[in-house]
Design a protein around this ligand. Sequence first.
Ligand code: SF4
Ligand code: SF4
Length: 279
Amino acid sequence: MKNAAPVNRIIPFSTVDGPGSRTSIFVQGCNIACAYCHNPETQRMCVHCGDCVPGCPAGALSMVDGRVVWDEALCAWCDSCIRTCSHHASPRVLWMTPEDAMERVSRNIPFIRGVTVSGGECSLYPGFLTGLFTLAKERGLTCLMDSNGTADLARHPALMEVCDGVMLDVKSWDPAVHRALTGADNAAVKKNLAFLSETGKLEELRLVVVDGLVDAEAVIAGAAETLGPRAAETRLKLITFRCQGVRGRLENHPSPSRETIERLGELARRAGFREIRLI
Ligand code: SF4
Ligand code: SF4
């Protein structure tokens, strides 16, 4: 299927994935592995091991020719399969073309302002995004990406033409810290930060604050220096780490205190940010 992407789920009406009510599409698959990922079941593709099939209480999963098949109509959405899977995958994935996805989005018009694609990592599927956003804009919808910024977005001019903005995660500033947190380098993230800001496509900058693991002060200082005067008009979200849904070494890690978040907010204000959200 041309430009198809694996879709983990679609939330018809979301108010937390950009301005206004939006349809949010979560794709499957990510190119990094954040220790604090809240959607770990979206990180990898199913390897069809079959481990989750016997535990499905609704008979929605079966093995056919060595592959797991999911019957959406039978699914009780109990998440038993997600809890069983040790591969950070899900059997509940549908490959969709831009037209398929737009058909789902269209059901929610006129109650939405736009569509947001998240993940997983949506920039792994530029053809899907370009096709979907082209169709969505024809219907008057705004189109946002939620991205970890590790793919060089300047290499996708057709996508950036139809994308209204990117909600960019800047997870750390020091490459060694980023690597320890995600397994990947962050040179592309910094390049994207500058590129998106310069081209007016930086919808917001997001930083998840984790005590002892994230160099939040360095992110604020580095981002402020990169953005220069544009920092004042850039929305910065300082997000309190919470361990709910997290698997692995951070699944019992404490959240930073409110005082820590407020101190970082004040630091950001002094660095030049004006639109600061503490979450
Ligand atoms: S969520 Fe998974 S285990 Fe539960 S009914 Fe659906 S397919 Fe079966
Ligand atoms: S979703 Fe996970 S447990 Fe189920 S078949 Fe795929 S890899 Fe195996």
